[in-house]
Write a protein of this length. Sequence first.
Length: 217
Amino acid sequence: MTFTQPAEIERESMRIIREELSRRGVTLSGETAEVVRRVIHTTADFDYVDTLRFTEHAARYGARALCGGVLVTDTNMARAGVNARALTKLDARLYCFMAEDFIARAAREQGTTRAVAAVDWALEHYPGAVFAVGNAPTALLRIAERIEQGARPALVIGVPVGFVNVEQSKERVLDVCTRCGVPAIVALGRKGGSTVAAAICNALAYTAADMLDPARR
């Protein structure tokens, strides 16, 4: 059978994912299941079954936080990948400050990276936002530091990809969030990226907006 419509393609993809998970002896249930399946759907990588980590009820808190809330991404690529219709339905606002001129100036003045400057600015103006980091481990490390200093974002999504500081930043933010009671979703290891960050955001937004069925989008 040939599938040509986006909704049909997604439904068939999810059926295949469930079937393959079953063959592997994996049963996903509860509030994390949609996040894991959405990331696998985006990446075709079943390793995320083992590497995605959730603090207690992180997916539930994240979906709730998007209702009338703020989502901040570390890249415009991740920002572009988040479903705008879902966020509109939730009355959620979506921002990425990394490429803004005032962030570049602040980074130069402070002698730091734009990722760090963007985190500081966002936490000052939107302290209860959901933060999705798919590219910059320095942003994740700064979020961990600020949480230890008292910041309390609604959710931290930590999925940067790469080799330098990546694994350490994820392990650190997961540890800090667990100790400080901040909800977090983290992909341990080297894998991740802006597409994974967007996929997690979409899973939460679709859940909150009752748009898990692709026909509703």
